[in-house]
Design a protein around this ligand. Structure first.
Ligand code: THU
Length: 138
């Protein structure tokens, strides 16, 4: 299992940048690469609500756009009493780009819960399902 503390600290820092004027629901996230680097993200809302992006995808896209491809864990923090678990869209994106990583969640009281991605997205559809269709390097 991963060491959650430093990841949660980074996610909390990212949460301060959340742009959530519509929901007021502020979320921070961080992904940890296989080599131990951290990339953060926050939710960024849009006046055209559907264009909002969650903190988890911001963090993951931040890492991928920096050239990272192998991941160990993702952490997500919010201020609620319960844990904030990645939404359905984020589960698919996390599975596709990061695979069966540890998902660390922390609530507003600082309690921590760690689950595996496969438990959040059982029987997933992913890159392997398209393997026979891929041609060459992309
Ligand atoms: N949100 C996240 O950033 N991550 C989650 O895991 C759940 C939801 C954001 C999207 C939106 O800005 C706000 O929280 C309310 O749904």
């Amino acid at each position: 299992m991963v060491k959650a503390k430093s990841l949660l600290r980074a996610a909390r820092r990212a949460q301060t940048n959340a742009h959530a004027p519509y929901s007021r629901f502020r979320v921070g996230a961080v992904v940890q690469t296989a080599r131990g680097r951290l990339y953060t993200g926050c939710n960024i809302e849009n006046s055209s609500y559907g264009l909002t992006i969650c903190a988890e995808r911001t963090a993951l896209f931040n890492a991928v756009s920096a050239g990272e491809r192998r991941f160990k864990a993702i952490a997500v923090v919010a201020d609620e009493k319960g844990y904030t678990s990645p939404c359905g869209a984020c589960r698919q994106v996390i599975w596709d780009l990061a695979g069966n990583v540890d998902v660390i969640m922390s609530n507003g009281s600082g309690d921590v819960r760690i689950v595996k991605m496969i438990d959040l997205l059982p029987h997933p559809f992913g890159p392997k399902n398209l393997k026979t269709r891929r041609r060459g390097k992309t």
